[in-house]
Design a protein around this ligand. Structure first.
Ligand code: SAM
Length: 241
């Protein structure tokens, strides 16, 4: 079977279901990718798995697809949040893209004391997560939350969620992620270019649900650290068989 375009849609998917396309989707499929009547696409919506769909109507500004058969069941990622302090635009985009590929269930930009940026474009970051899921064959797109203050998030921390606190102060220390029960909700926390303040480090280290972890003998850039931490977590507790 030839490689098919994968497209995330919000519409329900199911046997014989018609799926209307918005202007951007129609432009992408029929304008950019030159798909026409008789063409086929793979659709997913984070709920109904992946579906093969035929092009039923193709216009410049709109179109309709029709679901033919399910090609993959929904595969939910593990209940892992990636918390990170936004850095420069391209590196923040990279973190979101890699988090979606690596199987984060939710991506939460957090403002720490030394966070460089006070604003994010949540809609743009969400679009990056969608593109990453389309490209990597996933059937689920992680939500990218609005930027929130780390302190506030910790004030309202959900019961039972563990926190892998990646602390640059532990560089080179033997602080590995200790084995714990798979299937628990977790979050990974990566700091900004300037690292964590002493006050933040003291607060985080004292939290009963926090697990302080070192990412080896070198200080990694935040984007590298995010990928390294997700790799360690996935290997130990995630859905890598
Ligand atoms: N400016 C800080 C310093 O010089 O110590 C470095 C911050 S680092 C660029 C950004 C984030 O990546 C850190 O806050 C931490 O979450 C993570 N990180 C990088 N290297 C790490 C390491 N070896 N161990 C644990 N976390 C690390």
């Amino acid at each position: 079977m030839s490689a098919k375009i994968r497209l995330y849609v919000e519409h329900p998917l199911g046997d014989g279901q018609s799926v209307p396309l918005d202007r951007d989707q129609a432009h992408y499929l029929f304008g950019v990718m030159r798909l026409g009547m008789g063409g086929q696409v793979l659709l997913f919506n984070s709920r109904d798995g992946e579906w093969l769909a035929d092009v039923e109507q193709a216009g410049k500004r709109a179109g309709v697809l029709a679901c033919v058969q399910q090609t993959k069941p929904l595969q939910m990622p593990p209940d892992l949040w990636l918390l990170f302090a936004p850095i420069k635009k391209a590196r923040t985009d990279f973190i979101v893209e890699k988090a979606a590929e690596m199987g984060a269930a939710r991506i939460v930009p957090v403002q720490t004391e030394f966070t460089n940026s006070e604003r994010i474009r949540q809609d743009r970051l969400q679009a990056h997560a969608i593109e990453a899921a389309e490209q990597c064959g996933g059937t689920y797109v992680p939500e990218v939350a609005e930027l929130q203050k780390l302190d506030r998030l910790l004030d309202h921390w959900p019961d039972g969620r563990q926190l892998m606190f990646c602390d640059e102060a532990e560089v080179g220390a033997a602080k590995r992620l200790a084995a714990s029960t798979p299937g628990q909700p977790w979050a990974i926390l990566i700091g900004p270019e300037g690292g964590f303040s002493d006050r933040e480090r003291a607060r985080l280290s004292a939290l009963p649900f926090a697990h302080v972890v070192s990412l080896g003998p070198r200080i990694l850039r935040a984007d590298t650290a995010a990928v390294a931490a997700m790799t360690i977590w996935q290997q130990a507790l995630g859905d890598w068989e």
